[in-house]
Design a protein around this ligand. Structure first.
Ligand SMILES: [Zn+2]
Length: 285
């Protein structure tokens, strides 16, 4: 009888504490990973874009918006797609706190072949999480907000941030050292969707995208890509599961390069970045 009573009390209090957890909303799985690293199990994390969806054409579903209505904070990356979603997010949750994920970031702009139809000016490149150096900034921004939301656990969040950023600083160093040691012809890569602009900028790589203005390349574009690829002796074409690999496949046949699929939207961005680097260096199996 006594034991049952304690089991009951335990379940009840666990339920109470579970009910008190704040929910943090982020757009993408890699950001959920960073929030989890700092918040531990003290907060719930809601990821808005499913991992198999293309975030550039994603429309938030009613089921996700219903969960979003319960969230306490939304980490906005400040990019164009984020701005497009914002009215709907605020519509279902007018009181939500909007926190800046990208404070202090020096942005890249997406290249557009023709500027017609981009009245708002060039678009910000939203693929911030693919560079360890940007992740360090992002995680500090996340930590500041968590501390403000839940000051009672400030020490816990700061300790987690320190451990996480120690790991990211090591990753940053590893990327700098290994990329600096790469022969020049291995520092240029081709990727269907340009997800690695920050990685390229921060570590001295050159990214060539197959996709043009978010669309499949035209035959003329493909011919230019073949020429560029040959010029730079590119041996790998990266693709990702959320996008068609048709154009990348015909390009790789043309230049006799291998196709490597890598998912930059996966939760474990660290494993992806390491695999990316290994492939670049020609060490991936
Ligand atoms: Zn993208």
């Amino acid at each position: 009888m006594n034991r049952l009573f304690f089991v009951w009390i335990f379940c009840f209090t666990t339920f109470l504490f579970a009910g008190e957890k704040l929910t943090v909303a982020v757009t993408l799985a890699p950001y959920a990973n960073i929030v989890r690293a700092i918040a531990g199990d003290k907060m719930d994390v809601l990821t808005l874009v499913p991992s198999n969806a293309n975030p550039h054409t994603f429309e938030p579903k009613p089921a996700v918006l219903k969960k979003f209505a319960e969230a306490s904070v939304y980490f906005s990356d400040g990019s164009g797609m984020d701005k497009a979603w914002m009215p709907r997010f605020k519509g279902v949750n007018p009181k939500i706190r909007i926190a800046e994920l990208s404070a202090g970031i020096s942005w890249l702009y997406e290249e557009h072949e023709d500027h017609e139809g981009h009245e708002d000016g060039p678009e910000l490149d939203p693929h911030l999480w693919n560079s360890p150096r940007q992740v360090i900034l992002i995680s500090s921004n996340i930590c500041s907000t968590l501390v403000e939301m839940d000051p009672a656990n400030a020490g816990f969040y700061r300790t987690n941030l320190e451990a996480f950023n120690k790991k990211m600083t090591q990753l940053d160093l590893e990327f700098s050292n290994r990329i600096n040691a790469l022969p020049v012809e291995k520092r240029t890569f081709i990727v269907f969707h340009p997800s690695y602009g920050y990685l390229a900028r921060d570590y001295g790589l050159t990214q060539i995208a197959v996709e043009m203005d978010g669309k499949e390349p035209k035959p003329r574009d493909l011919a230019n890509l073949v020429r560029e690829a040959k010029e730079h002796h590119v041996s790998t074409v990266f693709v990702q599961p959320q996008f068609s690999r048709r154009a990348a496949e015909s390009l790789s046949r043309e230049i006799k390069a291998k196709i490597v699929s890598i998912d930059p939207l996966a939760y474990d961005f660290e494993a992806n970045l390491k695999f990316f680097l290994k492939t670049l260096a020609g060490e991936a199996k």
